[in-house]
Design a protein around this ligand. Structure first.
Ligand SMILES: [Fe+2]
Length: 269
């Protein structure tokens, strides 16, 4: 599986605090079936002042440590990019890294306040050739009053990333409710761990993939955990699923339990 959202790099944000912990996170990810992981520390002006150069350097250090430890996890450069009005400029200057130098980047709004002109910012980013991946809308507290904003961001061309822990209930009932709503409406493009450590918020997508497969069918679970994340890393053009398709109802779901074992056995997950 391919995990495009993780705070595995040591010492750059509120994720891993040491190289030893990062190695342990990588071990857990691999044991769970993750083969590829984007390293996406927060970029938040005034709080987490990361830029492309120090992130690339940290990825190289961790890559070498994983090689030395014999842990087969392929790492990619990225960032968890917090909403700021000058994002288009900082992306263009190369200060903010996209995911593996693709057109895609993680786009994280504030959790508790809907920022003004968010849709305008998304339009400017898309107009500049980038594709924002809206991170875990199901966990934003303002989703309850402003679900229409998420719908419009999706219609504009933002992809949607669900957090693995949300769909298994680890972020509580509201996050679970909106995870299921987004899944049932056919809006979720990818699932990612947003891992921060080895106990709470740890790496791993397998449990979430089972939950998604039970709800949406195994093909869609495969698309969210393997196919689309892989296409993103290769900078292939993707349309948001929520924009492309007429909304699927949960009644049309297929593959409930059936065949998931086959996916795991085939090594696809
Ligand atoms: Fe994150």
């Amino acid at each position: 599986m391919i995990d495009l959202h993780s705070h595995i790099l040591p010492g750059l944000d509120d994720g891993s605090s040491s190289l030893a912990l990062s190695i342990e996170m990588a071990r857990l990810a691999v044991a769970d079936g993750t083969t590829h992981m984007a390293c996406t520390p927060h970029i938040m002006p005034g709080v987490y002042e990361n830029v492309a150069t120090n992130i690339v350097q940290a990825v190289q250090v961790l890559e070498q440590a994983l090689l030395d430890a014999g842990i087969p996890l392929a790492l990619f450069v990225g960032a968890d990019v917090h909403v700021a009005p000058d994002l288009p400029e900082r992306l263009k200057l190369g200060k903010i890294p996209t995911l593996n130098r693709s057109r895609y980047f993680l786009f994280e709004p504030p959790h508790h306040i809907l920022p003004p002109r968010l849709e305008d910012l998304a339009s400017r980013l898309i107009g500049a050739g980038y594709v924002p991946i809206l991170t875990h809308p199901e966990r934003l507290t303002w989703i309850r009053s402003s679900y229409d904003v998420v719908e419009r961001l999706n219609a504009l061309g933002c992809l949607i990333q669900l957090t693995a822990d949300s769909i298994v209930g680890a972020f509580g009932r509201t996050a679970l409710y909106y995870s299921e709503k987004l899944l049932d409406e056919g809006r979720v493009d990818i699932v990612a761990s947003d891992a921060h450590g080895v106990s709470r918020r740890k790496p791993g997508l397998a449990q979430a993939v089972v939950a998604i497969a039970n709800r949406c069918g195994e093909d869609e679970a495969y698309n969210m955990a393997v196919k689309r994340p892989g296409a993103i890393l290769q900078d292939q053009l993707l349309q948001p699923v929520g924009k492309m398709s007429a909304k699927k109802s949960s009644a049309s779901n297929t593959g409930r339990f059936g065949g998931l074992g086959r996916l795991f056995k085939s090594g696809a997950l």
